[in-house]
Design a binder for this molecule. Structure first.
Ligand SMILES: [Zn+2]
Ligand SMILES: [Zn+2]
Length: 169
């Protein structure tokens, strides 16, 4: 978070996520594995706010895998946002079901689902229209709507239960 008047805020340690950015939904709510430049990529599927890892309660080995994958994913995201030589390459990696970052992410979402139903947030180069029929980028089955109109700005999710992935619409 930028600190007003501090030109060096990007060089400071990251601040703790403030309370108003922490999910307050009930404890059975599904989660989305969704990196967003915070050490914790676990977000609530309904309110889209961060879910503290202790609420999920996964074991230390899965927690370690989440942290490793989050850093791995960030590498691609940084290259995409850099909008330079690697932009197209990174976007292709992030949207390819066969890429290492997505294969590992889908596997991790399935592991996390042992504790709380978890979907991998799916990267899209262009945003999906909510009304149109959409199919899963991995298995081509029809995506199912979840939390329609309940997400921030009246959005929802389209999920593939078989693949454990979610597309924000
Ligand atoms: Zn929530
Ligand atoms: Zn699928």
């Amino acid at each position: 978070m930028p600190d007003e008047g501090d030109p060096y805020w990007r060089l400071r340690p990251r601040a703790v996520t403030p309370d108003h950015e922490i999910c307050a939904c009930d404890s059975a709510m599904s989660i989305v594995l969704q990196p967003h430049f915070s050490p914790n990529p676990l977000s609530c599927a309904r309110c889209n706010l961060e879910v503290p890892p202790e609420r999920i309660g996964m074991n230390a080995s899965v927690a370690e895998s989440v942290a490793r994958w989050c850093a791995f994913h960030e590498a691609f995201n940084v290259l995409w946002l850099d909008s330079g030589e690697f932009e197209d390459w990174a976007a292709n990696q992030l949207s390819d079901p066969a890429s290492a970052v997505n294969r590992r992410g889908l596997s991790l979402a399935r592991q996390l689902s042992e504790w709380r139903r978890c979907y991998l947030w799916w990267f899209q180069k262009t945003s999906q229209e909510g009304g149109e029929t959409a199919v899963c980028p991995c298995c081509a089955l029809l995506l199912e709507p979840r939390f329609t109109g309940e997400r921030p700005e009246g959005g929802g999710l389209l999920v593939c239960e078989a693949c454990s992935l979610a597309i924000a619409v």
